[in-house]
Each structure stands twice: as structure tokens, then as C-alpha cells.
Design a protein around this ligand. Sequence first.
Ligand SMILES: Cc1ncc(COP(=O)(O)O)c(C=O)c1O
Length: 402
Amino acid sequence: MVISSKFLDALTPSSIRSITAKIRDKAKEGVQVTSFAGGLPSKEFFPIEDIRKINDWIFEEEGGEAIQYAASDGYDPLRQYLVKFMQRYQVTDIDYKNILITSGAQQGLAYLAKGLITNGSVVIVENPSYPGALDTFRAYGAKIVGVGMDDDGLKMDELETALKKHTKGVAFIYTIADFQNPTGRSMSIERRKQLVELAEKYDTFVVEDGPYSLISFDGTVMPAIKSFDKYGRVIYSGSTSKTIAPGLRIGWLIADHESITKLVYLKMRDDLQVNNIAQRQVYRYLKDCDFDGHLQTVIDVYRRRRNVMIDAVKNSFPEGTHIVVPGGGLFLWLELDPSVDTLAMFDYVFQKNIAYVPGVFFCPDGSGKNAMRLNFSTASEKSIAECVPILGDMIRQYIQEQ
Ligand SMILES: Cc1ncc(COP(=O)(O)O)c(C=O)c1O
């Protein structure tokens, strides 16, 4: 007998999973796909030796306590360290009790969805946005409303129109303000301040998701929206997935003390606590190893890969392709001629063992048909320089054949 409920039966695999599955099928046949579809940091730079060393320190210093049951709100030394860490984003007005450690940012987003969304409530998001968040918000009953972006991020006039329209229950506004997934755009400081004011005016919350903020190609780290939050309207979500390693699954939520207490109760009902070892690994890595040196290495590599990708797109994609040049993060967002349907084109391109993510996967209103997201963090400069022109040729051929 298969388990069944309204909730379970409504769940579907994520759209990007369908691409991952195709890539896996090819791998089983012994064919290597050059994937620009993933959202992964590059594993060649994961700090394996440091983590290995840290594991020894943990057991030498703490013995069994390191793998004992522990508090649901998180490992206090890590929470305390994150208070200091958040100064990088000019978030200064917090203490460790404002922080809940989560199993990656994704778990924090799921807690906010479970806690704040009641069936039918609206969540306003950037259009396009991160499908992993959209799927989670939908799973807990949200109606997703997308608001347009320009080079300064979420458009505040459109946002206000949406807030006015949905007077009953906007659970929160979800934004990835820095080097957004998928567009690579960042929100201007002016708009960050306006966003806080709008949340206050329309009695809602901002969920600020910041996994890419430190991957800044010119080294500028923007003040978080949270740093302008005079009213307790912003819940910040952090992660070390893109800066250290995603498999450690360390993220954190920042909110006022009472909200954190409620989220801790939710966590108790969910998984009790985040893995002790991973919390210690991240704490010791940030505190005792060369996190900034590591970050700089990754930034330098990703910047070079981004540049190679942009050059290759400029030289090989059809005329009229619009490129959003990202100042950081992992992604390049491209808009092709409006007649091109990138979802329909996917299998055609995939014949050449190249993958991308079609733009519609990111757009809650079904727009983005002519867009695609390319990831530049995982493939080498050589592979980008070789494969992007093949992708460009395939797009030209596809357009000719239509
Ligand atoms: C915008 C955004 N938020 C959250 C996540 C999930 O991060 P984590 O690995 O910390 O759960 C991702 C992963 O790609 C992401 O792009």
C-alpha cells in the first residue's frame, strides 16, 4: 500500500531534477555531459585537508560530547561566531540568541514556509527566482506572486502594487538580494531601504536569502537588507554551502528572540538538531583556518570562468542575445530572441551533451520562455571556452530549423 495524503500527493520532483536525471542517464551510458545546469560550487576547491584536521581536533578536545545529543538552537560557539561574521554584511544589532542553526538554508526556508504560510497565503518573489524556494513555498500552500526585476533588483513600484492587491495575507516577500539565483543581479541600497519600509507599511515580512553575498568579484559586500531593519520585519537566511561546502549542510536564520524561540520549537518537532560535527567543522573552519584566503581563491577562479563564458557567449550566440553580467555568484542569465523557446530547445542541444536550465523553471508566471541560466562555477575555463561555442552553434541551428 503506497502512502498517500493530499500533501504528499501534491509533491513533485523539482524541475531541475529532470535535467539532472537526464545527465545521470547519459553517464550510465558512459557519456559525459558538460553541464552548465547545476548550481554547485566547484568541489576541486573544497577545503578537505582542513576539515580532516578539524575532525581530529574535535575528537581530541571534546570526545563523545561532540556526538552527543545537543541543543536544538545550535552549537553556541558557532552561533556566537556568526554574530561576528554577520558584521561582514553590516548586521550588528544581534546576539547569538537571534540565530538558529539550520541544516542548510533550505531547511530554514522550509521552516519559514511551515511557520508563516497558511493555505492560500501569498508569497511575493522576484521573477525569476530560485526554484528550490518556490517549490517549498508551494508545497506548504502558498500562492506565488512574481514581481519584476531590473538591474537594481526587485522593482519597488511593482512590489507595492502587488502588496496593495493582496491585502489579505502576504506571508512574506522572498528575495535573494545579492548575486541572485538565477540572474546574478543585486538589489541597490536604496531599494533595500525601501523594501524594509514597504514590509512595515503593508504589515508583512522580508525573507532575505543570502548564500551568494560573499562571492563578490570586486570584493564589495553589500549591507544586508537586515542591516536596515528598524522594525523586526526582516528574517535573514545564511549558508556556508557556496563558500565552504554544501554537503556540510550548515545554514542559519536570524530573527528576533521570540521568533527564534518559535522556530526552535518547530525544529524540535522536525529533526531535533543539526549534525554536531558539521556545526563544529564550520565553526573551527571559520575561526581557525584561512576562510578568507579560501574565499579569495574561489572568487578569483569563478571570476575568470565568468569572463571566459561571457566572451564565448558574445562570440558565438545569435545576435540580440541579452546578457546580464553578474558581479558575483555562480550564474549567467541570458535572454535570447523572444521567438526561441529554451525549454523546447533543451533536447536538441542535449544531443551534443551540453545542458543548461530553461528560463521558465525560474518564473512563477510562466515567463522566461526565451531565457536560460548557465552556471560558470563548475566547468573549467577550457571546457567553457570549448563548449559554449557549441551551445551557440546549436542555438543558431535550432532557430534556422524552426
Ligand atoms: C538562493 C538559494 N537559496 C538557498 C539554497 C540552498 O542552500 P543550502 O545548501 O544552504 O540549503 C540555494 C541553493 O542553490 C540557493 O540558490
